[in-house]
Design a protein around this ligand. Structure first.
Ligand SMILES: NC(=O)c1ccc[n+]([C@@H]2O[C@H](COP(=O)([O-])OP(=O)(O)OC[C@H]3O[C@@H](n4cnc5c(N)ncnc54)[C@H](O)[C@@H]3O)[C@@H](O)[C@H]2O)c1
Length: 398
């Protein structure tokens, strides 16, 4: 085994290409190659980036070569050169691939399109890293489940959660395939309640009470979740904000800063020169947080193409055992990628840390004042009565 963990990526699509680039940035791992079955611009880009490209289906080899791709070998050759493979092939291919990985004697990480049972362990770094150490297989859960798990865990670890109810509006399709899929001018509700993400979150946090409903809309930027959490005791807005601030890979955005919608967050990521405009964090609207005596309320954006990438990097460390400490792995991954707690640190007032429920956050009044300027952008609709001011209790003040 070389000094670095040797990582193979099988499937160089939305997730696979990001996994390869993220692994390449880590000081303790290297990409030994990527495998795919297509030979268009997507895989040719892997050649441009200097990744050895392998053919995942032997019959596709001539096509790949005809497209000018220097094929380094078959998937089996790639597996022979790897310590671990990250399966990023389209969902449901995992079961067939698993047998090949077992034959090759490599550890494997599957993605959220596969069922929990395939890997036997569903992974979100900040929740259950330690349990994955040394395992042969794990599944990095889907984008939605990762976001639900991060947010719920931030509160659950304090013993605050009685029950989570979340409504998930999913993107209609991914940008690269928007010419092929996606609805227009409509929203499709899922007819299964609970939608699968709730039970899926329980594969990560088994004792979490959660129900989810989902739908999809005609946009391709991200998902958005509206989440109501019934609490075991009254949780103040300050406590809620603090718990989220303390959790890795959750960052605040504010309507009061002009970040009023999915597109504003996406624009911010592009302006920050993030690769592909990726957002690895869950972006929680700080000025849309609310709390009352029974529940807390959150709205947050989930960049489905990117959120599972840091999780996958951590999962590589856990399965191979090169790092036994979750916090250290998370910190190392986040430093290499540029994951942050604050998207605009130079101009964002730090929020005072709260240890007791009765301490007010100093930045809050300024945020509320700026937020008020943006209220006119809210979509109340002409048929609704004028928007009443929320009561102090609805704002979470007690
Ligand atoms: N797209 C997302 O937002 C998202 C988010 C989280 C998790 N996931 C999960 O990640 C996995 C991959 O999804 P994706 O969106 O990257 O898919 P994708 O379609 O963008 O990429 C899949 C890649 O695998 C290649 N491929 C097809 N057949 C193959 C085979 N037999 N062997 C190897 N490669 C093959 C395809 O050519 C393509 O390049 C799925 O489990 C999915 O559910 C996707």
């Amino acid at each position: 085994m070389s000094k670095n963990v040797r990582v193979a990526v099988n499937g160089y699509g939305v997730i696979g290409k990001r996994v390869a680039d993220a692994v390449r940035l880590q000081p303790d791992m290297e990409v030994v190659g990527v495998a795919d079955v297509v030979s268009d611009y997507r895989v040719r880009l892997a050649v441009e980036r200097g990744y050895p490209v392998y053919c995942a289906a032997r019959e596709k080899w001539p096509e790949m070569e005809a497209a000018g791709i220097p094929v380094a070998g078959t998937l089996d050759h790639l597996l022979a050169a790897a310590d671990i493979v990250v399966d990023c092939a389209p969902k449901k291919l995992g079961a067939a691939n698993k047998a090949r990985y077992e034959d090759a004697g490599v550890k494997a990480i599957f993605q959220g399109g596969e069922k929990h049972e395939l890997a036997g362990y569903s992974f979100v770094a900040q929740v259950n890293y330690e349990g994955a150490i040394g395992r042969h297989f794990a599944r990095v859960v889907s984008c939605n489940t990762t976001a639900l798990s991060r947010v719920a865990h931030a509160l659950h670890r304090h013993g605050w959660i009685e029950r989570v109810r979340a409504v998930l509006f999913r993107r209609g399709t991914d940008p690269w395939e928007s010419h092929l899929n996606g609805m227009i001018n409509t929203v499709l509700p899922e007819t299964k309640v609970p939608s699968h993400q709730g039970p899926d979150a329980q594969t990560v946090i088994p004792d979490l009470g959660i129900t989810t409903m989902a739908g999809a809309g005609p946009y391709n930027l991200s998902h958005i979740h509206f989440t109501m959490i019934e609490t075991t005791r009254p949780v103040s807005l300050d406590e809620l904000r603090d718990a989220l601030w303390d959790a890795p890979r959750i960052a605040f955005v504010r309507a009061g800063d002009g970040i009023v919608a999915l597109n504003s967050v996406s624009e911010l990521m592009r302006d920050l020169d993030r690769p592909r405009g990726d957002m690895w964090e869950v972006a929680v609207w700080e000025d849309a947080l609310a709390a009352d005596e029974r529940e807390v309320y959150l709205s947050y954006q989930v960049h489905n193409e990117a959120i599972v990438i840091p999780e996958t990097v951590d999962c590589i460390r856990a399965l191979t055992g090169i790092e036994k400490n979750a916090s250290k792995s998370i910190a190392r991954t986040d430093a290499a990628l540029g994951v942050t707690k604050s998207f605009l640190p130079a101009t964002t007032k730090p929020i005072g840390h709260v240890t007791g429920a009765d301490v007010s956050h100093p930045g809050l009044e300024a945020v509320r004042a700026r937020h008020a300027e943006f209220r006119s952008l809210g979509f109340t609709g002409a048929e609704e009565p004028a928007d009443p001011e929320p009561t102090p209790a609805q704002r979470g003040g007690r």
